[in-house]
Write a protein that binds this ligand. Structure first.
Ligand SMILES: *Cc1c(COP(=O)(O)O)cnc(C)c1O
Length: 427
């Protein structure tokens, strides 16, 4: 039975990143459990992308649900200016205890883009409060930091940002570091370091750009240089945080420490929206003043919502459990075995792996355009086999919830090989 959900949806809803004229296959989901999503026609899908990289412990997790329910009956929301509450205090304490030592203060917002906006505003005002005007920002080509105007400005210019081109502020883009271009990058940076408010980057992996990976040691060297040049660093861990890279944070692969960090996506285990920006006491102290104009005038109606804080506390508790940590290691091991098989396939190139994130590319004449048809074909093909994947053009990736079983992950790998062989027959 269809319940008419598709027709009712089409009549009223406008979906993200979706050309609504041609979007005729939008699937009503009625229930989630663990790695599975169930649609209104009785089909089951393995959520191999963790519903846009957010779901860590599976859908409708009973422990997180119970904690949220208890909090809902105690305090659902309170204004966070002039008031505070236990869940926000506890969450900040717990998170800071896991982050690099220099991170000392927590600022709450609602999603990854706002976590980035807050970090950018902190940086710019940090200089402003000291009577300096350093307004240019350094970022990587192809970066993705979100869809609000500030976050869009520091993201790579693409079809997504094209209509807004003139309205985005000035950002200097550099290539990802590797051992052969590091010296060149340092020269580029030192030429403008006096004007730079900050450097923002996705550590180890550029997610939305297509899971482009680069070495921790190269990033570390760039960070050391930025520190010498007194350039503030914003480490955007919205995607990489909370176990995705195999360690708790990408920061755990680096010896240098950033000045600010951004979190969202896995923060609440994918249950409720929330963003966090953390900073050093050096940043924080630059806003302490008898002059009211030095205040950080930023906030959101739902800043530090107690339900979201509680969901994050429950999710982090699960994340730190032995059982979850060993699942993460097992996923990493399974991925690395499958990566070897993929690498040998004649239709595959650029296989790459960081922790629980595995990506590869289909060899394709037209190359890596988001609008490539191969992505759409593969998307439908995997759905028909009960697997939710979302190719970025000819780039495919797996970002599974940590609760995925050995068997379900092997099932996905088998289907990937079967689909490859099917394409081979059709060519
Ligand atoms: C998804 C993402 C964002 C934006 O987060 P939203 O919650 O979608 O606004 C920012 N930075 C990175 C690295 C991301 O992957």
């Amino acid at each position: 039975m269809c319940n008419g959900l598709r027709a009712r949806n089409k009549a009223v809803n406008w979906h993200p990143y979706t050309q609504m004229k041609t979007a005729d296959h939008i699937i009503p989901i009625i229930r989630g459990e663990g790695v599975y999503l169930f649609d209104n026609e009785g089909n089951r899908y393995i959520d191999a992308v963790s519903s846009w990289w957010v779901t860590l412990h599976g859908h409708a997790h009973p422990y997180i649900a119970q904690r949220i329910f208890e909090q809902l009956n105690t305090l659902e929301q309170v204004i966070f200016a002039g008031f505070t509450h236990e869940p926000a205090i506890q969450l900040s304490e717990n998170l800071l205890s896991l982050l690099p030592d220099k991170q000392e203060k927590v600022f709450y917002s609602d999603n990854g883009s706002t976590a980035v906006e807050v970090a950018l505003k902190m940086c710019i005002q940090y200089h402003h409060n000291q009577g300096k005007s350093r307004n240019k920002i350094l970022a990587f080509r192809n970066a993705y930091h979100g869809d609000t105007f500030g976050a869009m400005s520091v993201s790579g210019r693409s079809a997504w940002t094209q209509p807004f081109g003139e309205m985005l502020f000035e950002v200097i883009f550099i290539d990802l570091p590797h051992k052969d271009n590091l010296e060149e990058l340092k020269l580029e940076i030192s030429a403008i370091s006096d004007e730079l408010a900050c450097f923002i980057y996705e550590p180890l992996i550029q997610g939305a750009a297509g899971m482009l990976m680069y070495k921790a040691e190269d990033l570390n060297e760039l960070m050391t240089f930025c520190k010498e040049e007194k350039i503030l660093m914003i480490q955007d861990e919205v995607f990489t945080g909370f176990g995705r890279t195999g360690k708790l944070f990408a920061a755990d692969y680096l010896s240098e420490q950033p000045d600010m960090m951004c979190f969202s996506k896995g923060l609440t285990g994918g249950t409720l929206p929330m963003g966090i920006t953390t900073c050093t006491s050096e940043i924080y102290n630059a806003f302490l003043s008898d002059d009211p104009y030095k205040t950080l005038f930023h906030g959101h109606s739902f800043t530090a919502n107690p339900l979201s804080c509680t969901a994050a506390l429950a999710s982090m508790e699960l994340l730190l459990q032995e059982k979850t940590q060993s699942s993460i290691s097992r996923i990493c091991r399974q991925h690395s075995r499958f990566a070897i098989i993929l690498q040998e396939h004649e239709y595959i190139e650029h296989v790459r792996l960081t922790g629980t994130i595995l990506a590869w590319e289909y060899k394709n004449e037209q190359h890596t355009s988001y609008f490539n048809d191969i992505g759409k074909v593969l998307y439908e093909e995997f759905l028909s086999r009960g697997i939710l994947m979302r190719p970025l053009g000819n780039i495919l990736y797996l970002v599974p919830p940590y609760c995925i079983t050995y068997e379900d992950l092997e099932y996905i790998y088998d289907q990937i090989i079967l689909v490859l062989n099917k394409i081979k027959e059709e060519v």
